[in-house]
Design a binder for this molecule. Structure first.
Ligand code: PFF
Length: 452
């Protein structure tokens, strides 16, 4: 089939804008909040090595596949599959992505709400003079109550919706182009501060010296889930963004650049956090509360701590916002293009629906903490189902779709911009998509959920 034209559709205006938007989606709480505590719980450097391997082997091919589906289809995640595979059931992958978007948005906005509270706490110098126990109690009291976390969650979702209302060029691109460079500068300042603390070496060796005795199939699954979550792949975010990319841009470079930036930033976040954790003798395996309990502790003991606390939590809010907009856009694009709802209404509808699910996530730390499935709270169930099940499954179907369903000539045509670009490792890419990626994802997945 011939490649559809961009037409009058809203879209990105520059390569820099695309990179900021896509890297903005990838770089988020996943890098700065989730990555450090998952590394901490999974034994440090050995996890990091597996993680890096998975990003190269699976992450980049899946990301490129998503971008190519989106740009070829010129529609949202659902519509692109339906257009490229008429009469077939592939659109179900899009539906799964939209379900994952709701789940992620729900628990993401819980944590993002916490970051807003902590930004205000940092501004008002609330950490100063408090002992580690007092800071632990402060976090405990805050995140288990109902009212404040919910208010912050609503405010955060309103900010997200505000940007999405503006559309792609005047919303997503405009804001991410300013926020992303700012974020990189803030993170560099934080990492330099952490590295110059006495005792920083302990943290670095935890992050970079592997101990393979820690490796088991659970670690593989959590590395796979983390890689997909962090790269924003497996649920159609990059199909949606891909549909806004001009036919002249080089998708291959975009996939590689975004993956590299995302991975570097996760490592940089580790470099900013672990040396500080070790320098002050705290526990790296603290879990989701790591940055909220451990870091304020560190800030108030270090010279210039007030300033760095504000920078850090501001960084986190920005990172969360540039990611949450990309998740909301998956749903909004679907509502606008498939159900023909106007953008403002679609944004409101999706935001309210996500907030409804999100409310349960937020309350699952307090009022609803006894509602559990196995050992997981509502929050844990949504995170596990979305990150470790839906994203890898989505990724699996996406590589199968591009590797086996789409015609080789169409894939080549899209990746080479109609023959204008030279494809250097196309055969390898194709081989990975058809054999390596599906088998690897399936093995990790089935092994970890106990099927093999
Ligand atoms: N990649 C984001 C992060 O690391 O925080 C989270 C995310 C965004 C996941 C978009 C999935 C997604 F589709």
């Amino acid at each position: 089939m011939s490649a559809p034209e961009l037409g009058g559709r809203d879209g990105f205006t520059s390569k820099f804008g695309i990179l900021c938007a896509a890297a903005g989606s990838a770089v988020g709480l996943g890098n700065i909040w989730r990555f450090p505590y998952v590394v901490g719980e999974s034994g440090g450097a050995a996890f990091l090595l597996i993680y890096l391997g998975l990003v190269v082997l699976l992450g980049i091919p899946v990301m490129l596949s998503e971008l190519l589906i989106g740009r070829r289809g010129q529609r949202n995640a659902f519509g692109s599959f339906r257009l490229l595979a008429p009469g077939k059931k592939w659109w179900l992958v899009g539906v799964m992505g939209i379900a994952a978007a709701f789940m992620i948005l729900a628990f993401y906005s819980t944590i993002a709400g916490w970051t807003l509270e902590y930004l205000i706490k940092a501004f008002s110098n609330s950490f100063s003079g408090k002992s580690s126990d007092e800071l632990g109690a402060m976090f405990q009291v805050f995140h288990t109550q109902a009212f404040r976390p919910l208010v912050w969650q609503v405010i955060f979702m309103a900010m997200t919706a505000g940007i999405i209302l503006g559309g792609v060029r005047k919303g997503i691109e405009k804001y991410t182009k300013v926020l992303m460079p700012f974020l990189v500068v803030l993170l560099l300042i934080m990492a330099i501060r952490a590295l110059t603390l006495p005792g920083a070496m302990g943290g670095l060796s935890f992050l970079f010296k592997p101990d393979f005795s820690e490796i088991n199939s659970r670690v593989f699954l959590s590395a796979l889930g983390q890689a997909f979550f962090s790269l924003s792949i497996g649920m159609g975010t990059l199909i949606t963004y891909g549909s806004y990319i001009n036919k002249k841009n080089n998708l291959n470079n975009i996939a590689i650049e975004v993956s590299v930036v995302d991975t570097l930033i996760a490592i940089l976040a580790g470099v900013a956090i672990f040396p500080a954790v070790f320098a002050f003798g705290l526990d790296p395996a603290e879990g989701p509360g790591l940055i909220f309990h451990v870091l304020p502790n560190i800030f108030q003991q270090m010279p210039g701590g007030y300033f760095f606390a504000v920078i850090f939590f501001l960084l986190l809010v920005i990172a969360a916002l540039t990611s949450s907009i990309s998740i909301l856009e998956v749903v909004v694009a679907y509502l606008v293009e498939e159900l023909k709802i106007v953008r403002s209404k679609a944004t409101l509808l999706a935001t309210v629906a996500a907030l409804f699910v999100g409310l349960f996530c937020t309350l699952s730390f307090g009022a609803l903490k006894d509602v559990t499935l196995g050992s997981l709270s509502i929050f844990g169930v949504l995170d596990f189902t979305a990150s470790n099940i839906l994203l890898p499954l989505g990724g699996l179907f996406i590589v199968l779709f591009v590797g086996w369903y789409l015609k080789d000539s169409d894939v080549k045509d899209e990746l080479s911009n109609g023959g204008l670009l030279k494809l250097k490792i196309y055969r390898l890419f194709r081989f990975v998509l058809r054999f390596i990626a599906p088998v690897a994802i399936a093995i990790v997945f089935m092994h970890s959920i106990g099927l093999i």
